[in-house]
Design a protein around this ligand. Structure first.
Ligand code: ATP
Ligand code: MG
Ligand code: MG
Length: 357
């Protein structure tokens, strides 16, 4: 049987590996951040996927990225660059924040005239968790950093009602299957809490599915893709796309009979995919810059995923999935997490309570 190689061995690679086990899919996640000079024993019918959008070039990463069965190989470069990603959305007439390239000629005044007093500059590549962003504020006369020219796009600030995302899969035969929309709360540009599904979002499901299917069809994509959106009234604007399993889909580990990791592996291996059933309404709480705390395991409705990474300020080091079958139990868990987690969690956890109770 063919083996699946994963470019990258962070938490997404680990969770893809974990999800492959019950299907007896032979899988290996490769560390391409600290590459060695190994020659990978790849065969021509093996399959390659990636858990990240970008990677450093090395003899190890080239063995993976140049394999003829690197699925979606052309998509990574296209979506990893915000300029080509936003161009694709324009081409498909999919709504997103109005934008332009920060080229050599554009001035702060022109950007403020076009997009308003607050304009968000985003590095074309390499940004994640809100890193690589720069607010251009007219009031404080902030300027375009010189080395951001041609390396960034400028976006209109969207005064959104909330953020949602859609995680879906496209199979090799072109069929697309989706989870229900996820509601996402970000803090300082980092996802902190997700909730799914929510009945109050169901009227947006068809709109979101039609946007993401047209994107995946255009790219002839195979596997799981995530689409982050701003909700403005009843309209969705795409914020960004991720050609991989996604943090806002982690709730499916607890809340669905097929999680997003297994969904991706099934698509890569051309295995049957029924519509995933939602078994629990869930909340996902990202553990950011905080030490592992065994008390979390005492919560009656929590599942812990600890990534075993060095704890650093602002770094995602794990997540907790809370199943919401019993409102009282969930509310008790929220009370306890408010005591055990740092100050920054107080508001997001109260927000969670207000959404589900
Ligand atoms: P990720 O970790 O999801 O890949 P990222 O660093 O690639 O994040 P974005 O998703 O583009 O960055 O932005 C991070 C967050 O910043 C968004 O989830 C949203 O809360 C806010 N944001 C981004 N673009 C805009 C915008 N045009 N207007 C208002 N807020 C925005
Ligand atoms: Mg991003
Ligand atoms: Mg994002």
């Amino acid at each position: 049987t063919p083996k699946v190689w994963i470019l990258g061995n962070g938490q997404l690679g680990a969770m893809l590996t974990h999800a492959s086990e019950p299907l007896a899919i032979n899988v290996e996640a490769i560390d391409i951040v600290n590459p060695d000079n190994r020659v990978l024993p790849m065969s021509s019918n093996d399959v390659v996927t990636a858990e990240r959008e970008q990677w450093p070039e090395s003899s190890l990463s080239l063995q993976l990225s140049e394999h003829p069965n690197f699925i979606n190989s052309s998509v990574f470069g296209l979506l990893a660059d915000r300029y080509t990603q936003k161009s694709l959305l324009n081409e498909l007439s999919i709504d997103s924040a109005p934008w332009q390239l920060v080229d050599d000629d554009v001035s702060e005044q022109v950007l403020h005239h076009k997009y308003g007093s607050n304009v968000l500059l985003k590095r074309r590549t390499g940004g994640y968790d809100g890193k690589g962003q720069h607010w251009l504020k007219q009031d404080s006369d902030s300027v375009i950093p010189a080395d951001w020219r041609n390396e960034a796009i400028a976006e209109q600030a969207i005064n959104f009602d909330e953020e949602v995302s859609l995680v879906g899969v496209r199979q090799a035969n072109g069929d697309c299957i989706f989870y229900p929309l996820t509601l996402n709360l970000h803090q300082d540009g980092i996802l902190i809490v997700s909730i799914a599904p929510l009945s109050r979002l169901s009227h947006l499901q068809a709109q979101a599915e039609s946007m993401l299917s047209s994107i995946m069809n255009k790219l002839d994509y195979v596997g799981v893709m995530a689409m982050e959106c701003f909700r403005v009234g009843d309209k969705l604007l795409v914020n960004e796309l991720a050609p991989r399993v996604h943090n806002s889909g982690h709730w499916t580990q607890t809340g669905s009979h097929i999680d997003q990791f297994q969904l991706h592996m099934r698509a890569l291996c051309n295995l049957p995919i029924p519509q995933p059933k939602v078994t629990f309404n869930c909340a996902m709480v990202n553990l950011i810059g905080t030490e592992n705390d065994q008390r979390w395991l005492s919560l009656s409705n929590a599942e812990l995923y600890w990534y075993n990474k060095e704890v650093r300020l602002g770094r995602k080091v794990g997540h907790l999935n809370l199943s919401i079958d019993d409102i009282t139990a969930t509310s008790n868990s929220i009370d306890k997490l408010k005591q055990w987690l740092p100050e920054q969690y107080q508001t997001p956890l109260e927000w969670l309570r207000s959404e589900i109770c």
